[in-house]
Design a protein around this ligand. Structure first.
Ligand code: XMP
Length: 528
């Protein structure tokens, strides 16, 4: 399980025991959304640990196993005597049933995957205000065959007789569906019922509470030592810079490496905003020439990304030695990175995490062995939308908080083929027009990403009486939830016309604008 076990400072009101479901963290996040602090711990967390944490409620997550399989993960059976309310979700409910003397078996011919209407048999307690017939998301191949003594049915679906169950006197509840996913229309209502009415939690987990605690934690960790932060201008590193400034003031040094691939006005905005306006010490490193010369003659997109990543690490290393020494490296690691990361070690002396891999957005290369920092990662329990809230609360402007995603290698991967200063200038101007017009049309926040791509081919055009032979710009605008899939945005023709006219008229070197109408998959959002 993740090392949140090591990190718990504040006692969680709700503990989620993880049996290996992809949704365990989502449950924690949903509970935090309703302002109750919750953490995910391993399914085998001992009852002594739980007693120590004294949560107001425990949730057993789903999981891929079958409870009747040999070696299937089960909870410490003593949790049933803790006198703490328990909610079992999917596999978690089957664990509950099995451990308390009921029977779970394969739902032969009755497995359920996807949406199912829930028929509520008992609209009280857990299912208070959960509408009869509301949709719940099912994903199970096993089901309860026999309830343990003391349990009653709360709801059923056409395929699952015991879709929600309860042992009222002992405050044990189980649901076969996943209340945490968005497809479960009344799932949040059900979680609220459990958290507030059954566990009697109070809404205490607010953004401000998070910030206060994170500040305290950073102060305790860092003491009087110096901290370095690589600032990119994205919401994660920006929110982190604000948080650290509040926590440790001038012990923080930010480094902004300008690779020359930022959008028009961005480096200036960044320096002006952080350094001048908010007096956060930002060291501007102008590495433009260095990066562009490394890309001379490079056409292959993967080679390009690798070169940029490696060069970034090199510059970072040189500059941190020049500006240092620093004891700590601050990173805007978020929860999804924590799940994926394996490139970290724990210092056996201090118990602190040490970076063995710089987790910049480049995700390439590693820090040299003699340049190891201890890590400060106060955002690592948060999801992106939680970081946005924290950023806002710390005073970050909407401009940064709701900025479209921008890839680490920046405009370099939006110029197909070789990157040159001339093409960079051209793309920067075109990109600026795209963003300006989309913003003026009031559509910026409805779109996931809107940008320009430069193609290294020339076509014939005519301007005035002159024949032109110049590059085309591709307009790429997509809607998406998470960047994993995307659809192309249907922009109004009048806006398309304006963008096209302005780019061809105002951007030197361009005589044509084309529109990318490919979804992802099969296309990707970026062109390289
Ligand atoms: P693709 O092009 O794979 O992009 O559909 C999905 C999302 O990821 C962003 N992206 C990156 N972000 N470093 C990043 O930080 C990168 O190297 C990178 N490549 C793509 C892209 O902008 C989109 O939002």
């Amino acid at each position: 399980m993740l090392d949140s076990q090591l990190e718990i400072q504040r006692k969680p009101a709700i503990v989620i025991l993880d049996f290996g479901s992809q949704y365990s963290e989502l449950i924690a996040r949903r509970i935090r959304e309703i302002e109750v602090y919750s953490v995910v711990l391993g399914y085998n967390t001992s009852v002594d640990e739980l007693r120590e944490l004294a949560p107001s409620g425990i949730i057993l997550s789903g999981g891929p196993s079958s409870v009747y399989d040999k070696g299937a993960p089960l909870s410490d059976p003593a949790i049933w005597n803790l006198n703490i309310p328990v909610l079992g979700v999917c596999y978690g409910m089957q664990v509950m049933v099995q451990q308390l003397g009921g029977l779970v078996g394969a739902a032969v011919g009755k497995a359920e995957y996807g949406k199912a209407p829930l028929h509520v048999d008992d609209p009280t307690e857990l299912l208070t205000n959960v509408e009869n017939g509301s949709t719940m998301w099912m994903s199970h191949g096993d089901s309860v065959q026999q309830l343990p003594d003391g349990f009653v049915r709360l709801a059923h679906t056409s395929n699952t007789p015991d879709a929600a169950i309860a042992f009222h006197d002992r405050n044990f509840y189980g649901v076969q569906f996943h209340p945490e996913v968005v497809h479960s229309t009344h799932g949040m209502r059900m979680l609220r019922n459990f958290v507030y009415n059954i566990c009697h939690c109070q809404p205490e987990w607010t953004t401000d509470a998070f910030i206060d605690e994170a500040i305290q934690k950073v102060q305790d960790q860092v003491g009087k030592k110096r901290v370095l932060l690589a600032l990119s201008g994205g919401v994660d590193s920006s929110a982190l810079a604000f948080l650290l400034k509040k926590a440790i003031g001038d012990q923080l040094t930010c480094m902004f490496i300008d690779q020359g691939f930022m959008r028009k006005g961005e480096p200036e905005f960044l320096m002006d905003f952080f350094d001048k306006k908010f007096h956060i010490n930002v060291q501007y490193i102008n590495a433009r020439e260095r990066f562009v010369s490394k890309l001379k003659g490079i056409i292959d997109p993967e080679v390009k990304r690798k070169i940029i990543g490696t060069e970034f690490i090199r510059v970072f290393e040189e500059e941190s030695l020049r500006l240092g020494p620093f004891d700590y490296l601050a990173q805007g690691t978020l929860y999804p990175d924590v799940i994926e990361s394996s490139g970290t070690n724990i210092d056996p002396k201090t118990g602190e995490r040490i970076a063995v891999k710089i987790k910049s957005h480049h995700n390439v290369g590693g820090l040299p062995k003699d340049l190891q920092f201890k890590l400060v990662e106060p955002l690592r329990t948060l999801f992106k939308d939680e970081v946005r809230k924290v950023g806002r609360s710390l005073g970050l402007p909407e401009e940064i908080v709701r900025r479209h995603p921008f890839p680490g290698p920046g405009l370099a991967i939006r110029i197909l083929g070789e990157v040159t200063d001339e093409k960079l200038n051209c793309l920067r101007d075109a990109d600026f027009i795209v963003r300006e017009e989309i913003t003026n049309a009031g559509l910026y926040h409805d779109i996931w990403q809107a940008f320009a791509v430069l193609l290294p081919v020339r076509s014939v055009g005519v301007m005035g009486d002159q024949r032109t032979y110049a590059w085309p710009i591709v307009l790429r605008c997509v809607s998406s939830e998470d960047g994993m899939t995307a659809d192309w945005s249907r922009l109004p023709n009048i806006l398309l016309e304006k963008i096209s006219n302005r780019i061809v008229n105002e951007v030197k070197g361009v005589n044509r604008v084309v529109l990318d109408i490919t979804s992802k998959p099969p296309g990707t959002i970026e062109w390289e």
